[in-house]
Write a protein that binds this ligand. Structure first.
Ligand code: NAD
Ligand code: UDP
Length: 335
């Protein structure tokens, strides 16, 4: 089967290409390289011993997308391509709405035009807003505090409406919790541009000495130790979740949480990272970050029940693999 992976050279996309190749699929990746590097094609080949086909295109461009469908029989799409920085989305909302929503509509139209029935969409736990934890798929969605989150909620609604029209269109809307870590080879991983916004890449850069200390955003939340709690999931587990979703698609649109179901605080992450890698992470408690919620973790029973998928890797592996990639990254890319 030929799977089109948009955003396939990005952080989650590249790991999913690996998981797809290992599961026996042919992969056609489409990416405009706005947040990734073309070298990832070789890294994927190094890891799997297999080739992917690559199109450097913008998926908001309908002609470019149609070209792929004219050249190949596509059996399914996994749509990762999107802008994802929460803070940036507040500053440039139009770019976020245009890129994330138009790309989804262009791909859905291509599915109709070319008779593609399988669609997997990257959504986010952010669509739950400030609901009560654990977040469960049938909860009413609350407004998010930023345009990025709104693009995910809107795309979910658009795809759900499309799937209501009688047809055999099957869509999985995957709500990711907090993906961290990297492939155990250390070849592919998360390499944010500039100063990282997310916790784990910030921690790895402190470990490396690129940043002086971690700033922990608030220790007065109603959580186990006052710091924010999230559901961190190893990116390889997440990648495997996409293969499971693709293989268990059913007619209509169906939502699945992809997380571990475990909440971990910022201080617990610092401790786990220090223990896993024998490196001290200096930190300082600062003000809460605007828009943050206290706790975010998943009820993961639906994915386990319907997709037969469950995250397997623990916090030690997440911290170890994140650090392995960060250490390697200098030699591979920065030098
Ligand atoms: P990423 O930025 O590493 O990957 C996205 C890829 O899409 C990049 O390679 C980028 O170059 C490409 N891209 C963006 N717009 C494009 C366009 N118009 N045409 C072609 N390519 C385009 O991000 P990621 O962390 O791998 O996230 C993948 C998806 O998962 C995104 O949709 C993101 O919103 C979603 N998501 C991510 C997280 C997370 O914490 N990483 C959490 C929830 C949801
Ligand atoms: N966080 C922090 N310092 C940082 C980055 C994040 O204390 O430099 C905290 C943040 O407040 C939250 C948790 O770490 O409680 C996870 O943040 P991240 O941005 O990685 O994910 P999100 O908030 O989007 O779930």
């Amino acid at each position: 089967m030929n799977i089109l992976v948009t955003g396939g050279l990005g952080y989650i996309g590249s790991h999913t290409c690996v998981a797809l190749l290992e599961a026996g699929y042919n992969v056609i990746a489409a990416d405009n390289l706005s947040n990734s590097k073309v070298e990832n094609i070789n890294k994927i080949k190094q890891i799997t011993g297999q080739e992917i086909l690559f199109y450097q295109i913008d998926v908001v461009n309908e002609d470019s997308v149609n070209r792929i469908f004219n050249n190949h029989k596509i059996d399914g799409i996994i749509h990762f391509a999107g802008l994802k920085a929460v803070g940036e989305s507040v500053d440039i909302p139009l770019d976020y709405y245009y890129n994330n929503i138009v790309s989804t509509m262009v791909l859905a139209r291509a599915c109709k035009r070319y008779g593609v029935k399988r669609f997997v969409f990257s959504s986010s736990a952010t669509v739950y807003g400030d609901n009560r934890v654990p977040f469960i798929e049938n909860m009413e969605l609350l407004p998010t505090t930023n345009p990025y989150g709104e693009t995910k909620a809107m795309c979910e609604r658009i795809l759900s409406d499309i799937a209501k029209v009688p047809s055999d269109f099957s869509i999985a809307l995957l709500r990711y919790f907090n993906p961290v870590g990297a492939h155990e080879s250390g070849l592919i991983g998360e390499a944010p541009k500039g100063i990282p916004n997310n916790l784990m890449p910030y921690v790895t850069q402190v470990a490396k000495g690129k940043l002086e200390k971690l700033r922990i955003f608030g220790n007065d939340y109603p959580t186990i130790d006052g710091t924010g709690v999230r559901d961190y999931i190893h990116v390889l587990d997440l990648a495997e979740g996409h293969v499971a979703a693709l293989e268990n698609l059913k007619e209509g649109a169906h939502v699945y949480n992809l997380g571990t179901g475990q909440g971990t605080s910022v201080l617990e992450i610092v401790k786990a990272f220090e223990e896993a890698n024998s490196i001290k992470i200096p930190y300082q408690i600062v003000e809460r970050r605007h828009g943050d919620i206290a706790e975010c973790y998943a009820d993961v029973s639906k994915a386990e029940r319907e997709l037969g998928w469950k995250a397997k890797r623990d916090l030690v592996e997440m911290c170890r693999d994140a650090w392995k990639f960060e250490k390697n990254y200098k030699e591979l890319v920065e030098s």
